[in-house]
Design a protein around this ligand. Structure first.
Ligand code: AKB
Length: 325
């Protein structure tokens, strides 16, 4: 177990794509009983439920979070609850409520209870069509076209405000599309890069909702967990930024992903039928300059397209053969 100044951790959104794996990684690192997992409605997996405390809360209802914070004497929060870009376009008010009012509740709780640290993730969705799309700089135009992007800009600014005004140690990275094999994502524009693996293994066919030449920045889950924990453990005196770190790992087109999958599943066929998510993808960067994160807290990813695809296919094929996919 790693010694840390963060003693009692709360993971909000622990049943989601990132939250589920982050909770397990934090439990392994800091001890099962020191990491309280929270979901809103979705039934948690047996693994999550049996490995440590679990509670139901709603981030938009401050009192539900506060109750758990007091009960478990929480001093660190990872707020992974969010409505992602595609669902956000369908339900913009809900998106604002969860992503902005929810974050606001967490920051207020952090201030009131003198929390040691808070993680509020941002996204490449903070960028928009006016932003340089290749090697997008850390400091650049933030004029997103989606409600999700707007809420993420607000979250970054709120977090920085709480740091400067109240001294709350809030941190966050701009996640690219996250690819993972444990819990599928829900409601994002980059979801095709995960769905494609499940369909390739189960049916050898996939209909992709963005065009073949659509390039987006992506990251494999082990690197996502590493970025999250490394930033939270970084020495605050070295940080010039707080809630808006660009982090990059790999960028590829949907077509390049298909070609890499075909090396493992030769009969795989992908069709392209772009829908409303194409416009969202086209408003986002193709690649990210993460030099600031590398300099301020030593960020360095481990996976590239080739190693990520191999690992995803190995893991999902094994689950498929065992009848668990
Ligand atoms: C989404 O597609 O909405 C998310 C993101 C890039 O933040 N995966």
């Amino acid at each position: 177990m790693v010694k840390s100044d963060m003693k009692r951790i709360l993971v909000i959104g622990a049943v989601g794509q990132i939250g589920s794996e982050l909770t397990m990684a934090l439990r392994e690192r800091y001890g099962n009983d020191n990491v309280v997992a929270c979901g809103r409605k979705t039934k948690p997996s047996e693994k999550l439920l049996n490995s440590g405390p679990f509670e139901f809360i709603d981030v938009t209802k401050r009192e539900t979070v506060e109750k758990v914070v007091k009960e478990y004497d929480i001093d660190t929060i990872y707020n992974m609850a969010a409505i992602l870009s595609a669902v956000g376009e369908d339900k913009p008010l809900l998106c604002w409520d969860v992503n902005v009012n929810g974050v606001f509740n967490i920051l207020e709780i952090a201030r009131t209870y003198s929390m040691k640290r808070v993680f509020v993730p941002s996204s490449i969705a903070v960028f928009g069509p006016e932003t340089p799309r290749v090697n997008t700089p850390q400091e650049t135009v933030l004029k997103p076209r989606t409600m999700y992007g707007i809420t993420k800009v607000a979250g970054e600014l709120l977090g920085d405000y709480y740091f400067r005004k109240f001294g709350v140690d809030v941190r966050g990275v701009r996640y690219p599309g996250i690819i993972s094999s444990e819990t599928p994502p829900g409601g994002g524009t980059t979801d095709y890069a995960v769905e494609i693996f499940y369909e390739a293994i189960k049916n050898k066919r996939y209909t992709c909702f963005v065009k073949e030449d659509t390039v987006l920045p992506m990251m494999y889950m082990p690197d996502c967990i590493k970025a999250t924990i490394d930033l939270m453990e970084a020495d605050v005196s070295k940080l010039r930024h707080h809630c808006d770190f660009n982090v990059a790992s790999m960028s590829f087109s949907a077509g390049e992903l298909v070609e890499e999958i075909k090396k493992h599943i030769p009969g795989f066929v992908c069709e392209y039928k772009p829908d409303f998510r194409q416009a969202i993808a086209d408003s986002w960067p193709q690649s990210i300059d993460d030099g600031v994160a590398r300099r301020e807290w030593g960020w360095k990813p481990s996976y590239d397209l080739k190693s990520m695809v191999k690992d995803m296919i190995d893991k999902l094929s094994k689950r498929y053969e065992e009848g668990r996919l």
